[in-house]
Design a protein around this ligand. Sequence first.
Ligand code: ADP
Length: 403
Amino acid sequence: MSIILVVNVGSSSVKYQLIDMGKDKPVRLARGLVERIGLDSSIHTYIPLDGEMMRKELEVPDHSKAIEVALETLLDPDVGVIADRGEIAAVGHRVVHGGEKFSSSTIINDEVMEQIMECRRLAPLHNPHNIKGIEACRRLFPHTPQVAVFDTAFHQSMPPHAFLYALPHELYTEQGVRRYGFHGSSHRFVAREAARELGRPLSELKLITVHLGNGCSITAVQGGASMDTSMGLTPLEGLVMGTRSGDIDPAIPLMLMRTSGIHTEGMERILNRKSGILGLSGIGSDMREIEEAVEAGDEAGIRTLEVFCYRIKKYIGAYMTVLGGLDALVFTGGIGENSMVVRQKSTAGLEFLGIHLDHEQNRRLNRSRGRISRQDSPVAVFIIPTDEELVIAEDTYALLGGG
Ligand code: ADP
């Protein structure tokens, strides 16, 4: 029994993968995505190992139905990859917020479920969806172990001086207001892989991992442990993101609420959905559109790229001082893996810190994995595609006693 179902539930989507952990190397048996849940027509995309991609429009009113659709497809005699749901040894769930309760992945029981529910307060935009996914799977697989893998867990190693805000201390002790950090599975994965690339033990390395997807965050990793990270109480703090502002003066929302009559929900919408790359550019939230605009000499595109890369550069400098040096800088996520120009601009001028990009390698290795710094660069720079689903499957399998 080594087949793990990985489930990642978002507000209107369910991503899933079926991974067999019992072989020499993990084998991805199938993966799929149900999108537009609860809207007029939902879309199910499914790709079995060695099979053809399938895309279907269907009615999926809620997350529970989405997981049922996924399971039916995995069991389908024609396109499925398993014959019986009993072949699934465990289900691994991505859970965004684990608060201070969870510093590692855990098997879900009623008590853990209650604690995840308590964290809803800290992540009202994310945890409720994760909970729906877990509840649906507990109903569909009542006898199968369910495991929670938290985005926050990896960052629980941050020291208090990094995670405390300079706010009245009771806000931390009574309400848990502190920096938690997110994208933990991704930062943990690429840090481990960077150690492999360097051929050195993770325990002796100083690394900065830069995850640039729709959400963006950067982490200082020492000896395999997160020492500081750019996201905070919520995934809104830090780098500029697709539609999120990242760092701003906390007085800005206060001023807008006072002078423009914007209320909590409106403010939340501006900061989470109308800002970042989208807000700055007025073009869109997708970095590809910004790159095209820059190529065409568009002012809005240029300023967006500048702000985006400057923020990354500023954090690289800050985290090098946190770590007292650096062995490697790692780019990952949709933008980190695919955008030559972002990697180039966010490291330009950092030669004095030992970061020398090899521009030819940066171009040649775009969209793949490898070293993009010069051979004589004291700091190695890598592109490493992230694999959060694999981390979830590994943790789940390990908790079953495998791995
Ligand atoms: P998520 O955080 O939702 O998992 P991804 O990691 O897939 O998202 O990253 C999405 C981002 O990656 C988008 O901003 C998209 O513009 C960017 N991206 C994807 N492909 C490219 C590309 N070829 N060039 C530049 N950016 C890209």
